[in-house]
Every structure is written in C-alpha cells, then in structure tokens.
Design a protein around this ligand. Structure first.
Ligand SMILES: *Cc1c(COP(=O)(O)O)cnc(C)c1O
Length: 474
C-alpha cells in the first residue's frame, strides 16, 4: 500500500484531545504539578495545530505532516511541563568571563549581603522605625549617610534601578521644560532603556545638539534658552566612538551650565564607589571624581561596578536630592527592604576596604596568576575524566566587563579551550548540553572550540563545570 494512504484525510483529527493527553501525562508523570501539566498540554496541542494549519495551507507533503503528528505526545508534554514548573531564576555557572552579564543577572550578591537581605525579609525590622526614640523613622537615612561618606556627595538617594533614578531626576528637575543632550549621547541600553523615550515619559522636551560624532561647547551655549531646565550627560555604556569625534567633557559642561544658572545631571550608568582600583580602569567610572568635577547629580546602577543589588543610586546637591526625595513619583520607585539591606551591607564592605568580599569586584580584581592556577586545577579535574577524547588547552583571553560598563576596555583573563578530537556533536550542541547539566554552565564558542573562561568561575564551581563537560562531551 502507498504510504500516503496512511494519512487521514483530515490530519487535524489525529491531534489528541487536551483532556485525554493531559490525563495520560498525569498517569506517567505523577511528579508534575497539575497546573503545569495542563498548560503544557494546551501549548503543545496548540503548537501542533498551528504548525499543521500552516502546512496544509501551503499544501505540505505527507512526510512533513507526519513530522508534526508522529511525535511522542506524552513525553513532549511532560518535558514542557517540567520546564514550566521549574523554579525561576535558576542558578547557573558563568563561564563566559563577562563579569557583569546582563542576561545572567549582572552582579551576584556577596554572601553577607544575601544574608542581610534574608534577615530583613524573614523578620520584623526597624525599616521605618527609630529604635532610640520609639518614633517613626526614615527608611533611607542610614543608607544616604553611607553613600555620602563613600562618595563625598552632599546628599544621596537610592531607588529601584538606574532607569528609575534618571526618570525621577528628569521629572523633578525638568518636567514641562527643555533638557539639552548631545546627539552622540542619545543612547539605547539593553533594548528597553532609550534616553529620548525616558525623556518623553518624564514630560521633558529633548533638545538635541551637535552631531552623532561631534559636539562642541558652542552647541550647548547656543541651545540654552528661557525654557532650559538642565544639561544632561549620558555615558556611552555599551559602545565606543573613535575617529573624527569630539565631545564636551564634564568639567566644561559644568562651566557652561553654571554660567547660565543651570544644573548638570550625569547618567553615568556604571559607577565605582570606594577606594579600589583595577589596573587600566577608565577614571570616568569613579563617582567621586564626577562629583568633584561639579556635576549637580550623578546617577548609576547598584548592580554594575558597585557589585550590589539592582538599584539606582543618585548622588548630588542637597537641593536636587531633596526635590527628588519629595517628588510623589519617588514612592512608586522606592527600594524594598531586602534590596536596602543588601545595598547597606555592600556599602559597608566598600567603606571598610573589603571590596574583595563582593563577588563581582573580586572577579574584576583577580590577577591573572590566580586565574592560571584555577585553570590548572580545572584542567586536572577534566583530565581525570577517562572517557573524554578532547584536546584541552590553557590559553590567554581578553574579556569585556559587560553589563553596560567600560566599553572598549577589556580585562586580561585565562581560559580553557576544549576541542573534540573525533567527530561528534557540534559545538553548539555541546553548549546546549552544558546548559542541560544539573547546574547549567554557560560557555562561549569559537569555531569548533568550547571556551571556559576562568575569570568568572570560582574554585568551588570547578567540580560542577567538570561534571557538565563530562555530560556534554560524552
Ligand atoms: C545600565 C544603564 C542604565 C540602566 O540602568 P538600570 O539599573 O539597568 O536601570 C541607564 N543608563 C546608562 C548609561 C546605563 O549604562
């Protein structure tokens, strides 16, 4: 008999019903929660129906139709249900070498910071209560003092993230008025944060000056008018300009603005607090120096070069910060108690010179000698895996800092390059298998080689990395 005869005249009728399939999955996989099983069944069936519909409308071949219908329905649904029910976010191991990886949650918290957050979360606290007087207290007073102490700022405020800090600053200082920005600084960060869009939402009229590659002092001077509220400087966090370029440095921008009686706000993106230095780090990232140059307000993220939780830090003059603090919008953007506790711990560590207790900063500051020793340790673990037929090399590496921090600057690092000797699964399939390990490992690929960078790996993660390699290269 011709095989086409096996295809039902209407293949849509071969798709199982939601009820029947869901029940069958429940029989084989009682470990799956009901809600996830039902959602997964609906998604799988709907997906098959859509795919079939598309195929039929363009007259698909029977073999293509069978590809959709001849699947193990139960196991497909069970796999999907397990993914739906899995906790999120899940811990992963970052072997990319990119310390502030936005997709991997940017800065991991220090153990102490996480404990402080857990303590605040699981107990009552003096969040807004003054223990000395027994009266109502201020939730941000202590944090503000620490931020002032570490930065030299006159006043300080922290909100939910840096996007919120910029929004609050614009709304407070420039609502219904004009803000002047260089065309070279109308940036987009991570797809959803765009300077012109945030300005529009803050009810601010954007006045663009200069060109994409060159902006001069006279461009700002000429644009200042009776409606100007402030001059904004935005850090180019994720790209670099080179060639025929000119920008107005902060000091000069401050001079122009102050001569006209206007404030300067800087969206620094990533800011360094505390006395630590990494060799070769650009000095623009040091918050204290930006304030010393006369910026009236500097905003940056808590989970970039500060190494703390997601937060937006605003440092500046008392007048500006008070305006932001009393803006009704501040209530909608405020920090929760867990973040506050984690940030407080992180600032203590920085104030006391314990920056190496902060994981992101430890990763950034680690010297190549330590990374080489770690690479040798990982190599030994990998060489113990008998069945592996891979070529294994320790190489020098250069990695970006990531997370919209220090574009164009990279750190010296050390990596292990793994290449299969015999034919086998493709490197992208190996990377996928490493993500399926009990603790998923995120790697970089280069041609036919899998790269494990040691800068973002800690010693206690090495056995898990070796496990993932064993599973992936098998
Ligand atoms: C990262 C960044 C932001 C956004 O900060 P979030 O803390 O992610 O909200 C805004 N502006 C600049 C210049 C940045 O680099």
């Amino acid at each position: 008999m011709d095989s086409e005869a096996h295809v039902n005249p209407d293949p849509r009728r071969q798709i199982p019903s939601v009820d029947a399939l869901c029940r069958e999955v429940g029989r084989d996989h009682s470990e799956l929660p009901d809600w996830a099983r039902l959602l997964a069944t609906r998604e799988v069936i709907e997906g098959a129906r859509d795919a079939l519909e598309k195929l039929l409308s363009r007259g698909g071949k029977p073999s293509e139709i069978r590809q959709i219908l001849d699947i193990d329905w139960t196991e497909t649904v069970a796999g999907r249900a397990a993914r739906i029910a899995a906790p999120h976010p899940r811990r992963v191991i970052n072997a990319t070498g990119v310390v502030l990886h936005t997709n991997l949650g940017r800065a991991p918290l220090a153990e102490g910071a996480a404990q402080a957050a857990a303590e605040a979360a699981t107990h009552y606290s003096d969040l807004e209560f003054d223990l000395a007087s027994g009266q109502r207290g201020n939730r941000l007073a202590s944090l503000s003092r620490k931020l002032q102490a570490i930065s030299g700022a006159e006043a300080a405020l922290a909100v939910n993230n840096n996007a919120a800090a910029v929004l609050l600053a614009l709304d407070t200082l420039a609502r219904g008025r004009e803000v002047i920005v260089s065309r070279g600084e109308l940036v987009e960060i991570g797809g959803s944060f765009r300077i012109p869009a945030i300005m529009e939402r803050a009810g601010v009229r954007l006045v663009e000056v200069g060109t994409t590659n060159r902006t001069h002092p006279a461009d700002y001077t000429a644009a200042i008018g009776p409606d100007t509220a402030l001059l904004l400087k935005v850090h180019r966090s994720n790209f670099e300009q080179s060639g025929f370029v000119a920008e107005v440095e902060l000091a000069e921008l401050v001079e122009i603005a102050h001569a006209a009686g206007l404030p300067v706000v800087e969206d620094l993106g990533a800011g360094v607090l505390g006395g630590w230095h990494a060799p070769g780090f650009p000095s623009e990232s040091e918050v204290r120096s930006r304030l010393d140059l006369g910026a009236d307000l500097v905003c940056f993220s808590g989970d970039k070069l500060l190494g703390g939780p997601q937060a937006g830090i605003a440092l500046g003059s008392t007048k500006v910060i008070e305006g932001m603090r009393t803006n009704p919008l501040a209530r909608a953007l405020r920090l929760d108690k867990m973040t506050l506790a984690a940030l407080d711990w992180t600032l203590d560590a920085l104030l006391e010179g314990r920056e190496r207790e902060i994981p992101a900063l430890r990763c950034l500051l680690e010297d190549p000698g330590v990374l080489e020793a770690r690479a040798a340790r990982l190599r030994r673990l990998l060489e113990e895996i008998q069945e592996l037929d891979i070529d294994l090399r320790i190489e020098g590496d250069r990695v970006p800092v990531g997370g919209g921090s220090l574009p164009g600057f990279d750190l010296e690092s050390v990596r292990i390059a793994l290449r299969r000797r015999a034919k086998g699964p493709s490197p992208s399939r190996i990377a996928e298998r490493m993500r399926e390990a009990p603790v998923p490992v995120i790697v970089r690929l280069r041609d036919d080689t899998v790269l494990l960078d040691l800068r973002t790996l800690s010693d206690d993660e090495l056995p898990d990395v070796a496990d993932a390699v064993r599973l992936a290269f098998r």
